[in-house]
Ligand binder design. Sequence first.
Ligand SMILES: Nc1ncnc2c1ncn2[C@@H]1O[C@H](COP(=O)(O)OP(=O)(O)OP(=O)(O)O)[C@@H](O)[C@H]1O
Length: 345
Amino acid sequence: MLELEGLRKRYGDRVALDGVTFSVRPGELYGFVGTNGAGKTTTMRITLGVLEPDAGSVRFGGKPVDTATRRTFGYMPEERGLYPKMRVGDQLRYLAELHGMSRRDADQAAKYWMERLSVAERAEDRVEALSLGNQQRVQLAAALVHHPAVLVLDEPFSGLDPVGVDNLAEVLRERAAEGVPVVFSSHQLELVERLCDSIGIIYRGRMVATGTVDGLRASRAEVVLRVGTDAAPGWADALAGVQSADYGATTTLILTADADDQVILDAARALGPVREFTPLRPSLAELFREAVADHNGEGDGDGEGDGDAAGGGEGGGAGNGAGGASDGASEAPPAASTDKEGVTA
Ligand SMILES: Nc1ncnc2c1ncn2[C@@H]1O[C@H](COP(=O)(O)OP(=O)(O)OP(=O)(O)O)[C@@H](O)[C@H]1O
């Protein structure tokens, strides 16, 4: 398990992290979302030891993370750190060797990941000659090539075409199915909702929600219900648990979380046929907006990063909830050898 506890970080006067705590279990795909400037990159840099926290700790397997442990992590930094003049294949082999793999294993792993991420035909090209999307694929290969025990990816999906997005989603599911804790940041909330087992929402350096999407839905103070009935407007006004009602072509009811929807169904049926009776499940985008709105005005108010979170995802309707582990059909990548001393990257 990867555990982040009480992380605090200031840049001068600016509080970037104000007690960030969350954990990612083995095999869990954790989506880390937040407004611009909320603290995602800072959190990830601290996790990888690129940045020192002012307070708090990062543990893996119950122990504080040290340099040797971090060498087993796979990290895709936001600033993308490839050598532009180096050829793709050489670069991946080199990075794998830096992480302690033998030359043979490094070569095998580089080939495997170039194939998997569809850049094999660019193996002999210099990184700078690749399109941005293909550079991104190479950067992902670089994070994956040493068979990491933990994956921390800063916006890994940004800049990928839809095929690349599907490809990467499958890879992340596979890594998680192998027992790797995977955490990635993204502004693509529909994708996060589809892919992730758990989600953390950060706002102004604080975690404002964390859990499964269904858990976040269940913790809401209200439930929205759509009822298709020809009953006269006002039919639901006096029912227990109805906070408000909108009588259009169908009736939309806002209920308290503890309202008994069967009582409402009985009341509607007593007035005539019920064509539709649908609890509306808020999308992650809606949950996100609510969580941020609930905490707006808190914190030190540095004025950055309000309300510009990801778009995407219309609410209502049937969300498909958290994704599960993949069926993991593809063959496993080569593992890092443990018999060779490596050099810290
Ligand atoms: N090197 C730095 N010096 C000063 N302030 C910084 C530095 N890096 C980050 N910050 C500030 O810290 C806060 C958190 O930034 P961070 O990059 O972690 O956010 P983020 O959630 O990754 O944002 P985005 O979604 O825009 O990438 C912001 O207010 C940012 O301006």
